[in-house]
Design a protein around this ligand. Structure first.
Ligand code: N01
Length: 536
């Protein structure tokens, strides 16, 4: 591989953007390949999602050990997760441990936000420019920018007028935020909002939760991991890894063979009750096979969950407001909760449904709705992300002939395998659009492995330019979209469809074909000498 080529002037073989779970692994793999790599990270620390979302209560919703890395015996032996669903500080510590243990830190540049990435046709190289004006020239660029990493703010006027503190959950300060005796508003009731509400409500003077759309939340049922279980996880890591890779969502769960509509009401209720007491995403992934596929079965589960909310929330009007009416369970990724509903039984917590009283503005001292003014000392925005393409849109990325990626994706993102996009030679994406659902690190792992193999292939063939064809991109984009067709998720809304951002075209941004099918597609393309990619 060319280095310090006087003609091209490259200073790195590859530049990776983003030091989250995916970028860290990609850096390790490319370094092992012998490439000269630099990883640029906007944050002041590594961890990506697990660096930025440092809000109280942030934690995994899939099992800690199913989220971590499996490729290294040392990492498995030397790290012990304390809980089934680890908290954000523990996960941030884990990722720092990995970076240090693998000796990656020297190739990671923190506090460095990438401003632009521009392909030069003449030399076939990329110039990556950071916000301080530094330029890096490389043959390859790999984005590992995360699918939920570009925070969005509600368009309420007056944010700058507010005299108290305002924090977005996804840009949470690393210094301590003091909630003691504060009147706090939380805007947004997705997974982030649910986690912060349930964690902070007991500690504040008052809390006002502004909810636009309720979600179906189910209990997390978190537990500590015993030393015996930790040992067993170590011994059986390879087996667990194989099980995760063989499951559609990259999880350890298995759906039941029976259908909810075929069993007796008593049997159905017993299963739903059991799942309500079970850990994590059991309600989604270990349920009857038809509850997230058939409207009839889905309605039965919705009824069960609505009754649970009515039982847990004392005030009947508040309970009704907390029950989703616009979507069924599983159409969106459900927030997992720890006494979230009980928070609304506290005298100091109130729920404001913005469908009944829209927010008009933020004032110097609080939030004004159509019905009144809520005086608060702190506003927490748990308002989500411009998902999947948001972080790409925030970088000026230009491919062959100066084509802006924003323009190429103006009608919605188009990719080949979720990894390349036509007209952008040598740009590889790990965690790009149309490439993932479920356990993101498991998808990212197979993508980073594939990118590594592809670069190795080029090196062995003496080739330095790889570009997906427009035909391959069309076919993959159609395939990715078809994975949602005919399912209950097809009619849903939310970040996976981009509908949470006003004015954004409704497009399914993910790939819902399942991890085994995705892996076999990647293997097939690799084994067919990277069919759909033109090398030169
Ligand atoms: O974001 P969201 P999130 N006025 O988009 C509301 C993962 N995650 O950060 O539903 C009023 O889900 C918005 O309302 P609506 C997980 O995959 C995982 O919570 O659009 N409200 C919604 O209630 C998750 O799915 C964990 O009507 C406004 C909320 O803000 C994904 O990240 C933890 C508004 C945003 O919810 C995103 O979760 C956290 C406005 N103008 C996140 N604009 C784990 O547990 C937005 N909202 C691992």
């Amino acid at each position: 591989m060319t280095q310090n080529d006087p003609k091209t002037g490259i200073d790195h073989d590859a530049v990776i953007v983003g030091a989250g779970i995916s970028g860290i692994y990609q850096l390790h793999r490319l370094r092992r390949l012998g490439l000269r790599v630099k990883l640029l990270e906007a944050g002041g620390g590594v961890g990506g999602t697990w660096y930025w979302n440092a809000y109280p209560g942030c934690r995994f919703d899939l099992e800690s050990y199913s989220y971590g890395y499996f490729f290294s015996r040392e990492l498995l032996d030397e790290w012990t997760w304390s809980e089934e669903y680890a908290s954000q500080p523990e996960t941030e510590r884990y990722l720092n441990f990995v970076v240090d243990r693998l000796g990656l830190r020297e190739d990671i540049q923190l506090d460095t936000r990438v401003k632009s990435m521009v392909f030069d046709d003449a030399t076939g190289t990329w110039t990556t420019t950071t916000e301080d004006g530094t330029e890096l020239r490389s043959t390859y660029v790999v984005t590992a920018v995360g699918i939920l990493s570009a925070p969005i703010y509600p368009p309420f006027p007056g944010r700058e007028d507010f005299r108290g503190e305002i924090h977005h959950t996804a840009l949470w300060p690393h210094s301590e935020v003091d909630f003691t005796d504060k009147r706090v508003a939380v805007v947004g009731t997705g997974s982030s909002g649910v986690q912060i509400v349930q964690t902070v409500a007991p500690a504040v003077r008052s809390m006002t939760v502004f909810q636009r759309t309720p979600n179906w939340c189910t209990p997390l049922n978190n537990t500590k991991i015993s030393p015996e279980k930790a040992e067993e996880l170590r011994l059986r890591a390879a087996e667990l890894h194989a099980r995760l890779l063989a499951s559609p969502g990259g999880t350890q769960y298995q759906a039941r063979a029976e259908r909810a509509v075929d069993v007796s009401p008593q049997e159905r209720l017993a299963v739903f009750e059991e799942l309500y007491e079970a850990p994590g995403m059991s309600m989604v992934h270990a349920n009857f096979q038809d509850v997230t596929r058939s409207a009839e079965a889905n309605a039965l589960l919705n009824q069960f969950l609505a009754d649970k909310i009515r039982q847990r929330v004392k005030d009947p009007e508040t309970a009704e407001r907390l029950i989703p009416k616009d979507h069924g369970f599983g159409q969106k990724r459900p927030p997992l909760e720890i006494d979230y509903y009980e928070a609304f039984n506290q005298d100091n917590v109130q729920l404001v449904a913005t469908s009944e009283e829209p927010v008009e503005r933020i004032t110097e001292t609080g939030i004004r709705t159509s019905r009144g003014h809520y005086e608060v000392d702190m506003i927490v925005l748990a308002t989500g992300f411009e998902a999947v393409t948001g972080s790409f849109n925030r970088i000026d990325i230009r491919g062959a002939g100066g084509l802006p990626l924003r323009e190429h994706w103006a009608g919605g993102p188009r990719t080949y395998l979720g990894i390349q996009t036509a007209g952008f030679p040598n740009l590889f994406m790990v965690g790009g659009p149309q490439s993932t659902t479920g356990n993101i690190p498991r998808y990212a792992e197979v993508q980073a492995d594939w990118v590594t193999d592809c670069l190795d292939h080029q090196r062995q063939q003496g080739i330095t330019r790889a570009e997906a064809t427009a035909e391959a991109e069309d076919a993959w984009s159609d395939l990715a979209y078809s994975t949602i067709k005919g399912t209950l998720q097809e009619s849903a809304s939310g970040w996976a469809w981009g509908t949470n951002v006003p004015g954004r075209k409704r497009t399914f941004l993910l790939y819902a074909g399942g991890l085994p099918r995705y892996r076999s597609e990647l293997d097939r393309v690799r084994d067919a000498a990277y069919e759909g990619i033109v090398f030169s």
